[in-house]
Design a protein around this ligand. Sequence first.
Ligand code: GLC
Ligand code: CA
Length: 562
Amino acid sequence: MSQHTAGIAHTAQEVTGWWRDAVIYQVYPRSFADSNADGMGDLEGIRSRLPHLSDLGVDAVWLSPFYASPQADAGYDVADYRAVDPMFGSLLDAEAVIRDAHALGLRVIVDLVPNHTSDQHEWFRRALAEGPGSPLRARYHFRAGKGARGELPPNDWESVFGGPAWTRVPDGEWYLHLFAPEQPDLNWEHPAVGDEFRSILRFWLDMGVDGFRIDVAHGLVKADGLPDLGAHGRLRLLGSSDAGLPFFDQDGVHDVYRAWRPILDEYAGERIFVAEAWTPTVERTALYVRPDELHQAFNFEYLVAYWDAVELRDIIDRSLDAMRPVEAPATWVLSNHDVTRHTTRYANPSGLGTQQRVAAEPALGLRRARAATLLMLALPGSAYLYQGEELGLPDVVDLPDEVRQDPSFFRADGQDGFRDGCRVPIPWTAGGPSYGFGAGGSWLPQPEGWGALSVEAQTGVPGSTLEMYRSALATRRTHPALGAGDTVEWLQAPAGVLAFRREAAGDGDAFVCVANTTGEDVRVRVPASARILLTSLPAAEGVKAGDGAALVPADTTVWFSA
Ligand code: GLC
Ligand code: CA
């Protein structure tokens, strides 16, 4: 973990393994803070709010894309990887964010989007202009169509956002896009593509970033000949035993990361890669974090698990077991910019998926979300937080269709694509225009009542969600038994309850976590020495511990020192 007073220097050669138990906070730039009242968050807004993140106690910040982009997919369509979009500021502003973050002891991870460019990227524009046979077309996947006049797409792949994964250009060829048509997939078999991305890595490493989050890390390499999906039929990203998708999780993708790792290792300061890799199993995910590849991968199976002790224990065990042989830390995540916030997911029954437009029982959702957060932060390894979850923000489930911007919303007949609900600009102050997000409006409307959830309204209020997060992160710093290591020792507990013990190597710091996922109070055996450190309830009322037993209320997590 970082020393907040010392700042981050890239000159020290000492190996700290800071990332192995780091808590990393995701900033979604357009929705974090707006410095110039245009309703859109920006880098100067981020810079001005960095003290909130150091006060919160996180170790690093991951910034979603702020590069030059036509914003067809909120910046995940990059037109120039070495430029900042004017809507977010300039390269100087990016440098200022990195410098100020380092001075506050925060590391900075930026997003890298190597699977596809924007259709406005110079390569793609030239590829289109130069026509069939142009060498630039070979950097993407251009093909002739099927059918007598080439009027059918080259294969049967579907875009993740809905509709065919191919678009036909005026000269008759088709190009592949696993996401929106404005996001043509790069051809990673072409040497110029690899050269370009190695150079982009150096550009940002030279600027001082501490690492990269790799977008669609499982997608870069496609199966030879781009074979039809055929019987596989539907896109399944998780939990399918057949690792058969010809465009995801191909073995060849690991060569890309083996070529990247030495570049990172040339730079001082233990810089890291984290993969956004949706794979069928945690064992497949572990392949991305072998010692000569990436450092971490998001644990999406954990994210999609419900607030259910059996499901959670299963994925916790399988994650730790999968990561141990490759010596990578397990990671944990509950929310990000692509899924319904966990406060809202847990307000609903299980089985609704990650994109939801309802919040059946909001108070229950928040209570469970707080309990889930304390469970997550007690596990060994590294945890990812998404901006606003420290405020207990729910998804905004009633955004009018006409303000939605998620490209998948428009491509799936409104059946899916509700990612805007977790992207509403966050409230900093109890009142004022856009609740302190900026001096003007906000690009998505904020709901009434957002002010009561603001940083200002929750700061210093005992038991507020923000103070719970602050206490939890402070406790992680003072109790090394929380994040460290790679095992949990499960304790006996009633059905629906997770109880485990952790011990820091060497210094005898021991810790017990009890998470009650049921709707009933439970009595749990804990070591006689157990003392309550923190609970997910607004006040410790209801939790009792003594004589080797603890009473833990419904949907509550309790941390004990033991
Ligand atoms: C990743 C991003 C998501 C984006 C997609 C295409 O999944 O997290 O926001 O739409 O990649 O780049
Ligand atoms: Ca702005």
